[in-house]
Every structure is written in C-alpha cells, then in structure tokens.
Design a protein around this ligand. Structure first.
Ligand code: XIL
Length: 377
C-alpha cells in the first residue's frame, strides 16, 4: 500500500470523509413538537435510523437563536457537541474543568427529548497547550482521569461517546499509520484500547464509538485511510476493545473522486466485524465549484443523495448526523476553518441556507432516507 504524506492543509482540505442505535418510535414529546411538518428525524425513524446534527450552544442566545432552535426541533433527534466536550473547551488550563457548554447542550437536548453524542473524549488534536507540553506520565494519568470524570458526570445522559477521534494519520509515519500526539506518545498504539476500556468501565450502557475521517474518496488518500482503519479495527477486535460502533465522518467535497458502491463495500467489511456504523459529520464542501447559487445547490444536493442512497442500503448504518444544519453556522463559515482548509468564504455545505430556509439538499436527504430499507433491529 502506498502511503502519502500530505501537508496538514492538504489533509484538512481533503477531509471527505460516522454512527447508530435505532429506535423506530419517536418519543411522544418529539412527535408533538414537530406537529404536522415533515421532519427528517421522523422520516429516518420510520426506517429505524436516527437522524441528527452537531449543535452549537452559543447560537442559543444569539439574535437568530429562535430560528436555529426551530430547525433542530423539526429535524433532529440526536445532537453532537461540536466544541463543548473537546479537551480544548473542557480543560483550558491544567487546574480548570469548564463544563458550561457541555452542560447547556445536555440540558437543551433533554428538554426536547433528544439524545447526545459526546464528541470527543480522546483526540490527538484540539488540545490546549498545557496538554501538548505535558509529560508522558501526566498524559497517562490524564487519559484515565479525564475519561472517568467526564463520563461519570454525564452518566446515562450521553447515549453515544466518540471515545477516540481520528486515530489514523499517515503523515506521522507511525506503525499502522496511527496519528501521533501526546496520547500516542504516552502509550503507543495502546492508548486507543485503554481509552475504550476506561470509557466502558464508567459508562457501561453507552454506545462507544471510534470516529474517523478521510475514508470516503476513491483515491490513494482514501484507500490509505480505509486500509489503515480496517487494520486498526481488526487489531482492536482481536484485543477485545469494547467498541460498539465506527463513526465515518463524511465531510464530502463536490468534485472529489468518489465511487460510493466501492465505498459501501468498505463499510460492509466494518459491519462484518460486528460494528454498527454511524455517519457522524456529513456535509458537502462546494467551495471549489463555480456557477450560480442554484447550480451549486443542485450539485450539493446530488452528492448528499447519491452518498446517502448508497450507504443507507447497509442495515449496519444506524445513525446519520450532519455537521450543523445551516450554511451560516457551518464550520466552513468560520474564519479559522476557512484559513486552515484554504476554503472560499461562500460555502453552502448544508441543507438550510443562511436564513434557515430549506435548500434542495433537504429534499435530497429526505428522499434518500425515504428510500432506505427498514432496519430490522
Ligand atoms: C471542527 C469544528 O467544527 C470547528 O469549529 C473547529 O474549529 C475545528 O473542529 N472532524 C471532527 C470535528 O471530528 O471535531 C471537527 O470539528 C471537524 C473535523
């Protein structure tokens, strides 16, 4: 297998690449709130698929908070913390734990009968400086105490934990193409199993997820990520790591090389190992596309539909989550992301526009969910 070593920018720009427990019954309170409006979550639930999106608590008190909330009440039953559970947010300094955003997300979700995905417990990225500079011994202690503290605090209020995020990073030249960083440095490849073991001990009922990016393109980089992830999952399975599901991020890009039937074969290999599959961070980068807004929106919608139609044929895919719901709140509108990924600043990657109006991609997602086979369990 040829391994490329892209720059960080290439890696981020190439993010084209998530999970689920299905309940076929929407909770009563949810059904009441959406009333007679068509709801992606309700369409998905009829198929035994859970539908949701990442959520930003800082939007709640903003001038557009009401519309933002209505969008989620209509379409989502599962919320992922976009920033609130990351180490950079929870542990800004060595002597402080800040649960403010995480608590608000959970309170919002519970008020509206939604579930929560805690994203993420251990990631060799999005780290505060003090962790990057910590000794190996301190990182070993932190992995244990951090997972224990956070998971115990939220107990059964978090249905899914992204226990380890993005473990693959070929550019770091580690065995198995594992991504380097403080936790890898502290434990070697054993950090992943260790994190899942600790999470399972303190969250016996939660679904534990390993989340990975960049698997979706039909090119060398996608192949490297797919092969590396399959190798890692096989090893973790043989070691008895308590992993319930594999998250496939699904940051897609219009114009990237795709072969979704072949990609579905890769997902089947994961399913055959006994893992559920969650689509965790689906969005469509259209910033490399010219043409009118309607032409761009049509391309984005087509990519959502072709991707979801193919992957939802697999019954193992139990959860579909988008990375935000509206263009204006996407990470692709964040100046830091624009600079880091080298994006144009006019991305229209989601299913609602800046004014929270439905785009063609909303109907495309609805069609793909409607056409999915019903999950048997
Ligand atoms: C992103 C957030 O959306 C941004 O706001 C933040 O600046 C960087 O992280 N893969 C992941 C997510 O697993 O945590 C990332 O979220 C997007 C890529």
């Amino acid at each position: 297998m040829s391994v490329r070593h892209p720059t960080r920018r290439q890696v981020l720009a190439g993010l084209t690449g998530a999970l689920g427990i299905a309940s076929t019954q929407a909770p009563k309170v949810f059904a009441t709130e959406i009333g007679t409006k068509r709801s992606l979550a309700a369409i998905a639930a009829e198929k035994g698929i859970k539908f949701g999106a990442s959520f930003a608590v800082h939007e709640l008190n903003g001038p557009r908070g009401h519309d933002y909330v209505q969008m989620y009440l209509r379409d989502a039953r599962l919320l992922t913390s976009e920033l609130g559970f990351k180490l950079a947010t929870l542990r800004p300094t060595a002597d402080k734990i800040d649960f403010y955003d995480a608590d608000r997300l959970i309170e919002f979700a519970e008020k509206h009968a939604m579930q929560v995905r805690g994203h993420t417990l251990i990631w060799n990225d999005a780290l505060p400086d003090w962790i990057k500079q910590a000794s190996a011994a301190d990182c070993r202690e932190l992995l244990q105490s951090h997972i224990e503290t956070v998971v115990t605090r939220y107990s059964n209020r978090v249905a899914y934990w992204d226990v380890v995020n993005e473990p693959i990073g070929p550019w770091d030249n580690n065995p198995g193409n594992l991504r380097g960083g403080p936790f890898y440095a502290a434990f070697g490849e054993g950090y992943i199993k260790r994190a899942f073991d600790v999470a399972r001990r303190f969250a016996p009922a939660a679904m534990l997820v390993l989340n990975e990016a960049q698997t979706e393109t039909h090119d060398d980089n996608g192949a490297t990520f797919r092969d590396s992830l399959l190798g890692l999952l096989k090893r973790l399975k043989s070691e008895g790591a308590p992993i319930d599901a594999v998250g496939i991020e699904s940051h897609l890009r219009v114009g990237a090389p795709h072969d979704f039937p072949t990609f579905a074969g890769f997902l089947s290999e994961i399913a055959d190992m006994g893992y559920a599959i969650h689509i965790t961070e689906l969005d469509v980068n259209d910033t490399g596309v010219g043409g009118s807004i309607s032409e761009r929106d049509a391309k984005v919608a087509a990519l959502y539909e072709s991707y979801l139609t193919e992957v939802l044929k697999l019954e193992a895919v139990k959860v579909v989550e988008l990375w935000q719901l509206s263009d204006g709140t996407s990470w692709m509108k964040d100046p830091a992301t624009i600079a880091q990924l080298g994006l144009r600043n006019d991305a229209r990657p989601l299913i609602y526009d800046d004014a929270f109006q439905k785009k063609p991609a909303w109907e495309a997602v609805a069609r793909a969910l409607s056409n999915a086979p019903i999950r048997s369990a």
